[in-house]
Design a protein around this ligand. Structure first.
Ligand code: RET
Length: 276
């Protein structure tokens, strides 16, 4: 069983574009980490866990993407004309292990920003975590079969589709649950904050679908440019679903904190009043 990347050869341009895009992803996670940690105290303490969770997502993605970049750089060798498979294997499977941390955490953040407690928190939380992990792990199995049938005649690609479809069922359940939870939580939010939560919902729906497109890439285009496109799609999905999503949830947390009378630095607030 081989994944698409190892069965193709790359021009220098293709190899460099993938390297550059992966590097951008790593840098975006590092930048996000600094942002989330440095803006944490703008948020009232009971919503602050949201920033911490964003930081957790950044660290895990930074490590995973950093390793993937090293993996890409060492898996291929330049033969004077093309970058060809070398002594180690490149695999996107690492991504799935990163999602096993990030997907539950990203979904938990919604519940934290809404300030849910008790059953209101644990009920959707358990559903999010279980559905999220099953979605990822079934897809994890399926992606090992992405080249079967296409490259090896006589080997069935059926498991790629079957596991992919099972994974999609869990995905649909999440896509049903997220809007439901958000519309319930929005009842306690100001118009501004609720509007932002609706944007968070839309961003989540669009950006999560990109991972499905990346899964399907061997079927869409089993070419070196398909590999380049897959890297770009993954990176756009990562930056939107982790960094931009976190920034937007942070904004909701800040709006809620301010509405509840929270001042970031009380002393500074006083000085400001005195000056006036
Ligand atoms: C797979 C397999 C094919 C079917 C479906 C999938 C969905 C993956 C998703 C991943 C989201 C990942 C996120 C990571 C953030 O860190 C597993 C590709 C439906 C939705 C948000």
């Amino acid at each position: 069983m081989e994944t698409m990347e190892n069965l193709l050869e790359y021009t220098s341009v293709q190899w460099v574009v993938v390297t550059a895009v992966l590097t951008f992803g790593v840098a975006a996670m590092a930048a996000g980490l600094v942002y989330f940690l440095s803006t944490r105290d703008r948020i009232a303490s009971h919503y602050r866990l949201s920033s911490t969770l964003s930081a957790v997502v950044m660290v895990s993605a930074f490590l995973e993407l950093g390793l993937l970049l090293v993996n890409w750089r060492t898996a291929f060798e330049f033969n004077g004309a093309m970058w060809v498979s070398g002594s180690s294997t490149f695999t996107n499977a690492f991504r799935y292990m990163n999602w096993s941390i990030d997907v539950p955490v990203l979904l938990t953040q919604i519940l934290v920003v809404f300030g849910f407690t008790g059953k209101q928190f644990t009920d959707p939380w358990v559903k999010f975590v279980i559905a999220g992990l099953l979605m990822i792990w079934t897809g994890f199995i399926g992606q090992f079969y992405e080249s079967a049938g296409i490259v090896y005649e006589g080997i069935s690609i059926a498991p790629f589709w079957i596991w992919g479809i099972i994974s999609t069922l869990f995905f649909f359940y999440i896509l049903y649950l997220v809007p439901k939870v958000i519309s319930r939580g929005n009842r306690n939010l100001s118009e501004d904050a609720a509007g932002m939560m609706n944007s968070v919902r839309n961003l989540l729906i669009v950006s999560w679908w990109l991972y499905v497109v990346a899964y399907l890439m061997p079927v869409i285009s089993f070419t070196a440019w398909g590999v380049v496109a897959r890297t770009i799609i993954y990176t756009v999905a990562d930056v939107t679903s982790k960094v931009i999503y976190g920034v937007m949830l942070g904004r909701v947390a800040r709006l809620r904190s301010e509405a509840e009378g929270y001042i970031q630095d009380p002393l500074q607030g006083q000085l400001h009043t005195v000056e006036r």
